[in-house]
Design a protein around this ligand. Sequence first.
Ligand SMILES: Nc1ncnc2c1ncn2[C@@H]1O[C@H](COP(=O)(O)OP(=O)(O)O)[C@@H](O)[C@H]1O
Ligand SMILES: [Mg+2]
Ligand SMILES: [Zn+2]
Length: 520
Amino acid sequence: MTMEEGSECMYSKIMGCGLLGIDGFMVEVETDIGNGIPSFDIVGLGDTAIREAKERVRSAVKNSGFDFPIRRITMNLAPANLKKEGSSFDLSIALGILASTGVINQAILRQALFIGELSLDGKVKSVIGALPIAICARQNDIKYLFLPEANAKEASVVKGVNIIAVSNLKQTVEAINGEAEIMPVKPSDDYLKPEYIRYDTDFADVKGQENVKRALEVAASGGHNCIMLGSPGCGKTMLARRLPTILPSMTFEEALEVTKIHSIAGILPAGMPLVNTRPFRSPHHTISDTGLVGGGSMPKPGEISLAHCGVLFLDELPEFSKKSLEVLRQPLEDGIITISRVNATLTYPARTMLICAANPCKCGKFLDSSGQCTCTPRQIQQYLGKLSGPLIDRMDIHIDVAAVKYKELDSATSADTSAVIRARVENARQLQLERYKGMRIYSNSQLQPAMFDKFCRLDAKCRNILRSAFDKLGLSARAHSRIIKVARTIADMEGSTDIGQVHLAEAIQYRSMDRKVWNM
Ligand SMILES: Nc1ncnc2c1ncn2[C@@H]1O[C@H](COP(=O)(O)OP(=O)(O)O)[C@@H](O)[C@H]1O
Ligand SMILES: [Mg+2]
Ligand SMILES: [Zn+2]
């Protein structure tokens, strides 16, 4: 029997879509209805949600006014070796049954893909991952993607597929049969146009703190990880929150990738289908390892992936457990996180800028000009000393944040806005993109020491400055390559081909955590 034989056909094939990591994969939902003891089986590695789908589908079909066959129903979700999760197969399962019983005209089915969760009364409810599913549909030359109305806007970012938004099963059947016409959803606007880009914060909100802002601009210009040290209330959190606003504008590819991740995590904001601003994620120090890097029985991207293309902020760094910091190390290094599962290995992107904040000591006042710190040298050493290790080693820039002076808070002089700073950052980044073309690195923070000879040559005077800094300031060996990379960025900010003495001298200033007090 084949599916083309009209109402007598008992076999049908409907396309659905599963998710693996941040990508969709095509799933064939095969239905066979035969004689024998009435039953309803779904094979092909479905999880609990798919088993529960049977009950939802049965009710939805009946409550939409169709007969549910009291026969032996066997369904297969192929490929069988990939695990299928979630409720987004409800719609294709229901349509599989209706196709097998001849309720729907099968002509369109080969060009169509269906996703949606069904409620018992037949409504089509929203699903997660509509964007990666739409991308998958386009890659597989699908002409019509039927999906829940609530997901239409999200999917409409993808051009080249007709997005058909449906609200219930009956309407879906009518649309397939040509009894009701549903117009495809209008392709979305270009959400990367400046008028759509909106950050809620701006660097101009921060009074004074010129040297801290400068350091953050350096960090943004070279993609350097950084840590801020300062007493409580000096503005560390406020400054960190504003870092995404000075990073370069996102490209469409970046925006799509970030949106895919946020789509899968189910955290896309309503009304904005494309994430067009750089993410800022600030996980609390009590977060689980899974929350940080992703995974779990229903795998989800972790904070480090939600911060992809943006900023991951670890506020109050000493409060994080050693283990949390350890699990972040590899993904920060690689820019991706790999999660092993029973049947597959998932990878999520995790290219993010890391910024941390910490009090310099337990009482918080060690770096204050007030001289009111009450900690003993040993306490000071212990407080941040416990941070030393893999994560701190990855910090290119250390920033001392002093309390803002009243005079500055009170002053009416206006600071550079984020847009002005961002334009400068984009210039510096452009130089790096051109310099590293074809090398698979994009910013100075990714430079390897082996590349220094080519891109970061230091003249004799610079080498002297660096040597005496090591002797006088007691810098550690790990500081060496960090200083050179940051100096490269500072030179780029000035449009200078060579690294000069002033560039190097400024970069050396950003190594306060290498001070001996924390490295005994
Ligand atoms: N330079 C500044 N300009 C304007 N407001 C500031 C500045 N520094 C601190 N503040 C104010 O002080 C509050 C506390 O700053 P916060 O960022 O929470 O400090 P920290 O994280 O270092 O403890 C901020 O919410 C802000 O209102
Ligand atoms: Mg804070
Ligand atoms: Zn102290």
